[in-house]
Design a protein around this ligand. Structure first.
Ligand code: HEC
Ligand code: HEC
Length: 323
């Protein structure tokens, strides 16, 4: 039985090859090239559903240096068209994803910088790019007004081969998640206080503190961020953002002293709308506690006042954070 199939299969090959050659130029036999997008299909993409907003080091192991993934100043924003839907493990023909990769200028406004790009992927389907899910890849001009390059094999197939690792038919999982690994938290943040950018340093009373974060008048309060791309945009900080607050003073000999608890407090953005809270005692190297809003209820309830003129996305306003 199987041999019979094989014999028929072998016989069919020349027929198919001949048929294809003979069919060239013949409209009736043209391949189905699926959904062919124009620049208009991308217009207003930034008002589509924003499925992700991430910063270094999210997805580092997959990205390497692609999409400026290893650059701490860059963020990546992903939008999905309203026609995009999935069934049977595949995105529907005409589904579109757009991705912005950019840094920020000195006013915390998006800036393409030298490694930024505006990119897209469109599910064409039909017989288009059959080895790679029928996707077409796009590079757009920064203002979204023109298509600079497109194709199933864009960048010598680099888009295809990296996206082939994605879980959802060439589209990566959104929203992305990021967790600071357990163990060594206090050392990680102590190192941050030495090496990260200090975005604020305040002293004295604060209308929202009401005694939290130590005695308002005894310790100075400094805020450090791990990545320059830790900037709020359209109401949210990127997944992966790490902020540290240090409460300390120097004694007469220049030694740093901390309050008994909470010398270090920190926030790590785990997912689009989730922060994890950390409380540490750098004096004895102890992690007091870490967890989400349900575990660290005090942190979450006070920080929820960071809205409007006072901040954004649970983070109080500080210079350079875009909130
Ligand atoms: C080395 C891996 C790699 C290469 C090469 C790559 N991408 Fe991506 N791309 C990713 C990852 C990972 C994401 C998920 C979001 C993130 O972390 O930035 C992504 C996301 C996207 C998205 C949003 C939809 C999604 O799948 O999440 C688009 C659009 C996109 N890439 C376009 C392109 C284009 C166009 C090219 C080729 C010019 C390309 N990518 C090359 C890894 C890659
Ligand atoms: C009663 C209110 C209150 C509580 C409780 C509180 N914070 Fe804050 N926190 C603030 C205020 C106000 C600021 C900003 C002013 C400043 O930096 O001094 C701040 C700043 C921070 C910052 C710097 C980023 C930002 O939002 O300004 C971090 C990190 C932080 N807190 C972590 C924590 C953690 C972790 C907890 C729980 C263990 C916590 N906070 C509990 C009021 C609070």
């Amino acid at each position: 039985m199987r041999d019979w199939f094989r014999a028929v299969g072998l016989l069919l090959i020349p027929v198919l090859v001949f048929g294809f050659v003979a069919g060239c130029g013949d409209d009736d036999d043209e391949e189905d090239m699926g959904y062919e997008a124009t620049i208009d299909d991308f217009s207003g993409y930034d008002s589509w559903e924003r499925v992700d907003y991430v910063a270094y080091p999210v997805n580092m192991s997959t990205l390497g240096t692609a999409h400026a993934g290893a650059n701490e100043a860059y963020v990546r924003d992903v939008f999905m068209s309203s026609d995009a839907s999935m069934s049977g493990g595949e995105w529907a023909e005409g589904s579109i994803f757009v991705k912005e990769v950019h840094e920020f200028d000195s006013n915390q406004e998006p800036d393409w910088g030298s490694n930024g790009a505006l990119m897209g992927m469109v599910k064409r389907g039909g017989d288009y790019n059959p080895d790679h899910g029928g996707w077409e890849w796009f590079l757009l001009s920064g203002d979204g007004s023109s298509i600079e390059a497109r194709g199933g094999d864009l960048m010598d197939g680099a888009c295809n081969s990296c996206h082939a690792q994605a879980t959802d038919d060439y589209v990566f999982e959104h929203p992305a998640s990021y967790m600071l690994e357990s163990g060594g938290e206090v050392d990680f943040f102590a190192d941050g206080a030495m090496n990260w950018e200090r975005v604020d340093s305040t002293y004295g009373t604060d209308e929202f503190l009401s005694g939290a974060h130590g005695d308002d008048t005894e310790y100075s309060r400094e805020v450090f961020r791990r990545q320059a791309g830790g900037v709020a945009k359209d109401g949210l900080f990127p997944v992966g953002t790490v902020l540290l607050k240090r409460l300390s003073k120097l004694d007469g000999q220049g030694n740093r002293e901390y309050p008994e608890a909470g010398g270090f407090t920190a926030m790590v953005k785990n997912s689009m709308n989730e922060w994890e809270w950390f409380m540490m005692n750098p004096q004895n190297g102890e992690l007091v506690n870490r967890g989400g809003d349900d575990v660290m209820t005090n942190c979450a309830s006070c920080h929820s006042q960071a809205t409007g003129a006072n901040g954004m996305d649970m983070v109080f306003s500080h210079p350079g954070l875009g909130n």
